[in-house]
Design a protein around this ligand. Structure first.
Ligand code: CMP
Length: 141
């Protein structure tokens, strides 16, 4: 299987509850490698741009408000089939529907406060990684 990279975001509900280490322990135990990482507070403009694909959705305004409400940790994960594999490890968008043992089942509070984001395709992974990171900030093993 191909080695891929994907973008992971630990969302404001996760940083507020001091869960950065616990969530990353799950990712690392499952074999994904964190090859870039930074903690930041998104501006409204950045959050709107990052989630532009959802601009027409009814929840867009709430999503942006929530994503700017506190710090996030953005990171690049690397591993075999990393995009799809990371989505398996995260679980369903709504924690209520997420499988046991997934990050959103373990740590998510609601469909909005669902602890983590992950790219949904290799094409979007590339765009999302570029949104936050330059080449020199990504350091492979
Ligand atoms: P994420 O993977 O970050 O991508 C888009 C986000 O929109 C998603 O996780 C959810 O947190 C959020 N989202 C999706 N559907 C809804 C909804 N019905 N109400 C509020 N937020 C939603």
């Amino acid at each position: 299987m191909p080695i891929e990279r994907t973008l992971s975001i630990l969302k404001p509900d996760a940083t507020a509850r001091n869960l950065t280490g616990k969530i990353n322990a799950v990712l690392e135990e499952k074999g994904l490698r964190i090859v870039a990482q930074k903690r930041l507070r998104l501006s409204r403009r950045q959050a709107e741009a990052f989630y532009a694909v959802h601009r027409e959705r009814s929840f867009f305004g709430e999503l942006v408000e929530y994503m700017v409400s506190g710090p996030v940790v953005v990171q690049v994960l690397e591993g075999e089939n990393a995009v799809a594999y990371h989505r398996d490890i995260m679980g369903a968008t709504n924690p209520a529907n997420a499988a046991p043992g997934t990050i959103r089942k373990l740590f998510g509070e609601s469909i909005e406060r669902n602890a983590v984001h992950g790219s949904d395709s290799p094409e979007n992974a590339e765009k999302e990684i570029r949104f936050f990171f330059s080449d020199i900030e990504i350091v492979a093993a």
